[in-house]
Write a protein that binds this ligand. Structure first.
Ligand code: SF4
Length: 543
């Protein structure tokens, strides 16, 4: 009998819409196809806020709520490492983390007071400044969400597309418009992107999240965003922006390559939206783990991505070539006192690992008012800036800020340590981060007070690297480790020698380099003493 011949199976593809793969290939894609996630707002306002947490459709709760900046938070008391063992509902608390987007990191006083008031009234006084210029609340009840939106929107803020597979907050330079080193302030373009495209349903179903940063100065981690535009001079065209596309960290860290094009200030918005459209059309949708833009850029290469961007289907014209501009020396954190273009001063302060509260933000608003300022900024390094302080008031303002825990002259430990949300609230976390990082800073300030340069320590609760594990001098990735007694305890995989700008590199991970959380102080002290003793002049920790 002849052997039956099997029809050759159609290659599965990556679920790219541009190649006709419109049938959802996983449950996330199905959920987005079933109903545009932005529509969940009507159900929150019309149904869930009245009927309470238990009335929420699971597809909305664990999917579409994100498009409005809402994630369920982790139920207290569940140990790390349970993700994947427990069903998601067993990890869910009946409260939410809510993320407020602050495009460009800019806040006026009315906005700051509103954020503070919401924190105190609805969020048990929680308010974390994130490393993407957002503020995050915890303990939010679904019943209070419509009122929170009403208050935020009354002052021009919202939570729309703060999470989810869509364009997240557009980060900008925290000193845009006031820095003496800035040549172009792209704040109007950030605002235009926000006004025209945030909430645009044609861009609200992307393969995964899309992270942007646009600013003249190197004060945002431009190597690890989906799109970055950073200031650059063109020999003929003058000042404009250098375009990077397809960076990201998490479990497959990649630095974004330059496309080698010069983008004028007038072209920022069109270039931005066309990069988003390419991602929407060509991004991989079959596997969530390969759905970020970085995988497409890696497979295509910068040259092909540029060709597609300039093709008639997208931008429809060529952009001027741009040779590699000088690489910035370092990522600026703006801590301390700095003169503005108008002769006033801005003061950069360091809360410990971005943790503040509604009370502190309210006190910050009082201080701003006292010194005649209407402007506060958040930075991508979990720091805050108070703008527009008159020269003769700077010292008093620094003292007042110190009194509320916002330090303009922090130790190098405090200055360069960041932490993600961690096990206190995040369902994916394996270990505690915020409290551990705060204790570590205090410990190191006592043990190695002589540290004279910042050594960045980024504490992350799991491999997702929300606090950028791989671009720190000492990057810590939470996991369970085995201690000397053979017990499984909270600890970290260590990545060493990561950095940005002229020190751009992904931290080296050595298999054996794991440290129990309780031993972190000893470990960092040992490493630092070795560096301080052996360094040659000007040698950084990463070298
Ligand atoms: Fe949560 Fe992990 Fe991100 Fe930390 S790195 S906030 S633990 S997902």
């Amino acid at each position: 009998m002849p052997t039956p011949t099997r029809k050759p199976s159609r290659p599965k593809g990556q679920g790219q819409w541009a190649l006709g793969h419109r049938e959802p290939l996983n449950k996330n894609e199905q959920s987005k196809k079933d109903d545009n996630p932005l529509n969940v707002r009507q159900r929150i306002e019309g149904v869930y806020a009245h009927r309470g947490f238990d009335s929420i459709d699971p597809a909305d709760l664990r999917g579409r709520f994100r498009w409005w900046g809402l994630y369920t938070q982790r139920k207290p008391g569940i140990a790390g490492g349970k993700t994947g063992i427990l069903e998601e509902e067993e990890l869910d608390d009946k409260f939410f983390m809510m993320r407020v987007r602050m495009d460009g990191g800019q806040l006026n006083l009315a906005q700051l007071r509103t954020i503070a008031g919401i924190s105190k009234e609805f969020g048990r006084d929680t308010a974390d400044v994130t490393d993407r210029e957002n503020v995050q609340y915890h303990w939010i009840r679904v019943e209070d969400v419509p009122e929170i939106w009403r208050r935020l929107e009354a002052v021009g803020l919202d939570t729309q597309e703060a999470c989810g597979d869509c364009p997240r907050v557009i980060m900008g330079s925290p000193v845009a418009g006031v820095s003496t080193e800035e040549v172009i302030d792209p704040t109007p373009q950030i605002q235009e992107i926000y006004d025209r495209f945030i909430g645009d349903k044609s861009l609200s179903n992307l393969p995964r999240k899309f992270k942007s940063t646009i600013g003249w100065l190197p004060d945002s981690p431009y190597e690890v965003n989906d799109i970055s535009l950073i200031g650059a001079h063109h020999p003929e065209h003058g000042p404009g922006f250098d375009l990077y596309v397809g960076g990201g960290l998490s479990t497959n860290p990649m630095f974004a390559p330059r496309l080698g094009v010069w983008v004028s200030q007038d072209d920022i918005v069109e270039v931005w939206v066309n990069v988003v459209r390419i991602f929407r059309d060509w991004g991989y949708r079959r596997l969530r783990t390969r759905a970020r833009l970085k995988f497409l850029v890696k497979d295509w290469g910068a040259e092909k991505f540029r060709e597609v961007l300039e093709s008639d289907a997208y931008l429809g014209r060529k952009l001027p070539d741009l040779e590699q501009p000088p690489v910035p020396e370092k990522l600026l954190d703006h801590i301390g006192v700095h003169k503005q273009t108008d002769g006033k001063y801005y003061i950069g302060v360091a809360p410990v690992v971005g943790r503040v509260s509604g009370t502190i933000l309210d006190q910050l608003a009082d201080i701003a008012e006292k010194y005649g300022s209407d402007r506060v900024r958040a930075t991508p390094l979990q720091k805050l800036l108070l703008l527009d302080v008159p020269e003769d008031k700077v010292r008093d303002a620094v003292v007042d800020l110190r009194a509320i825990g916002l330090e303009a002259e922090p130790s190098n430990w405090r200055r360069a340590t960041m932490a993600c949300t961690g096990i206190q609230f995040c369902k994916l976390a394996i270990v505690d981060t915020k409290d551990r990082a705060r204790d570590l800073v205090e410990e190191l300030e006592k043990r190695v007070p002589e540290l004279d340069v910042p050594i960045s320590i980024h504490v992350n609760g799991c491999p997702n690297a929300c606090a950028r594990t791989q671009t720190a001098d000492i990057g810590l990735k939470g996991q369970l480790v085995t201690d000397e007694a053979g017990d499984q305890v909270e600890g970290f995989q260590v990545h060493l020698g990561g950095g940005h700008a002229s020190a751009a590199s992904l931290g080296r991970k050595s298999r054996g380099l794991k440290v129990a959380s309780a031993d972190l102080g000893d470990y960092v002290e040992r490493l630092t003493r070795r560096y301080l003793t052996a360094r040659s002049e000007g040698e950084t920790f990463a070298q």
